[in-house]
Design a binder for this molecule. Structure first.
Ligand SMILES: *[C@@H]1O[C@H](CO)[C@@H](O)[C@H](O)[C@H]1NC(C)=O
Ligand SMILES: *[C@@H]1O[C@H](CO)[C@@H](O)[C@H](O)[C@H]1NC(C)=O
Ligand SMILES: *[C@@H]1O[C@H](CO)[C@@H](O)[C@H](O)[C@H]1NC(C)=O
Ligand SMILES: *[C@@H]1O[C@H](CO)[C@@H](O)[C@H](O)[C@H]1NC(C)=O
Ligand SMILES: *[C@@H]1O[C@H](CO)[C@@H](O)[C@H](O)[C@H]1NC(C)=O
Ligand SMILES: *[C@@H]1O[C@H](CO)[C@@H](O)[C@H](O)[C@H]1NC(C)=O
Length: 360
């Protein structure tokens, strides 16, 4: 399939690891962690993540606190899903976040929802989410026990940020948690003000668990991606972070074509757009995890829809390189990423992690 990609090509940048290991600043300074629906003025530290959550009192008005119903509590969801704040009154209810860095910052904002039949009606809610004056996404609950997370990377134009729940039918908007994390302003450069998360995948996972804070200093949630036809290679050593700060727990594993089952020697994947007007950005994180003998070389090219995007590259041993788009891809239904070894390469390509975002 030959498709023309507008704007996506020839616009790449590479971020290599810093030469020295930055002093880990994995504290929660600048984090806003709100567990909606817990008693006014209360707070707690999550046992698993170590994150400190506070109630939403003072961030929003007009909400009603509720607990999810007992049968859903018995599924032992994460603690922040046990309570919700719902908004039976008014069409639009907004949380106001005032991050310390104000308009000089770039933020990851995540809103989480687990319905859990908190109102005992069993009626699955459907409503819209806005950031500032702009439509962000629609929250459609299709299963009361499945959590939904919406996440954006946002550069505000005011020193406060509003996240609003907007009623669109007879059902009542609600929210389980709202989290804000300051990012380094230099990462995820974009032509727009906000990027909505489409996928953030950890390739080559050994544990099949998701990873977030405090492995990830920015508290991104990395989902494990199981890939039957790929082999996993890994290291027990630390992989140096670059400014994207993808944690070593993610970068120390990678996928590579399985020498036993591989019909070709490429790593490839694709995604499809719901609408060809959607504009996508991709971030690919690479690090060599095996000590390549001097007689060998691992070198590859990265193609997007059959066009050379970046390469040839040889990932650095135990050090992260991020290859990413600086302008979005759009105008096609399907995005095919193919990572092929070059003619001189004696080893197949590898890939440690990928993030895909959509402009909104
Ligand atoms: C958490 O609650 C305790 C006890 O009510 C209070 O002293 C403390 O200031 C609270 N911490 C935060 C961050 O709100
Ligand atoms: C909701 O999700 C749970 C857990 O994945 C599943 O067991 C259940 O069958 C689902 N319910 C419906 C109505 O689809
Ligand atoms: C953000 O990244 C830049 C570029 O790598 C770096 O120089 C700067 O120190 C970083 N800022 C913070 C606050 O970490
Ligand atoms: C890969 O991970 C496994 C399981 O943690 C470990 O036993 C093995 O030593 C690792 N491989 C390398 C090359 O470090
Ligand atoms: C795609 O998006 C455009 C612009 O938002 C809209 O006009 C069009 O109806 C959408 N097409 C489909 C198939 O949803
Ligand atoms: C990548 O390699 C595979 C097999 O090695 C080949 O079929 C495919 O055409 C190559 N793709 C590109 C874009 O070169």
């Amino acid at each position: 399939m030959e498709e023309m990609l507008n704007g996506f090509l020839f616009a790449w940048l590479v971020t290599l690891s810093l030469a020295t290991i930055a002093v880990a600043q994995d504290d929660q300074s600048g984090f806003i962690s709100i567990d909606c629906g817990i008693p006014a003025g209360s707070n707690y530290t999550d046992r698993i993540t170590g994150l400190s959550y506070t109630s939403d009192v003072g961030y929003v008005s007009g909400g009603v606190s509720n607990s999810i119903s007992l049968i859903y509590q018995s599924n032992s969801p994460e603690r922040l899903f046990l309570t919700v704040t719902s908004f039976p009154l008014g069409t639009k209810n907004c949380y106001t976040l005032t991050p310390a860095q104000g308009i000089f910052g770039k933020y990851l904002i995540r809103a989480s929802f687990l319905y859990g039949d908190y109102d005992g009606t069993g009626q699955l809610p459907n409503f819209d989410l806005y950031i500032g004056e702009n439509y962000w996404d629609t929250v459609t609950i299709s299963n009361a026990s499945i959590p939904i997370r919406k996440e954006i990377i946002y550069t505000p134009s005011t020193d406060y940020i509003t996240v609003c729940l907007v009623k669109t039918d007879t059902t009542t908007p609600f929210i389980s948690a709202l989290e804000l994390r300051p990012l380094n302003i230099t990462i995820y450069p974009t032509l727009s003000k906000s990027l909505e998360l489409y996928a953030r995948l950890n390739f080559g996972t050994l544990t099949n668990q998701y990873i977030r804070y405090n492995y990830d200093a920015y508290d991104r949630i990395w989902m494990p991606f199981l890939w039957d036809t790929k082999a996993i290679i890994n290291t027990t050593q630390d992989v140096l972070e670059n400014t994207y700060r993808v944690p070593s727990a993610i970068m120390s594993t990678a996928v590579t074509p399985d020498p036993l089952t591989a019909t070709n020697e490429s790593v490839s994947f694709y995604w499809t757009a719901n609408n060809i007007t959607e504009r996508y950005y991709i971030y690919m994180h690479f690090a060599e995890v095996v000590e390549v003998p001097v007689t060998q070389i691992r070198e590859f090219n990265i193609y997007i829809n059959d066009n050379l995007f970046y390469g040839p590259m040889s990932p650095n041993y135990l050090s992260t390189t991020t290859v990413y788009t600086v302008s979005p891809g759009y105008g096609v239904e399907r995005y095919d990423i193919v990572i092929n070894k070059t003619a001189i390469s004696t080893l197949p390509p590898l890939l440690n992690a990928v993030e895909i975002y959509r402009e909104i």
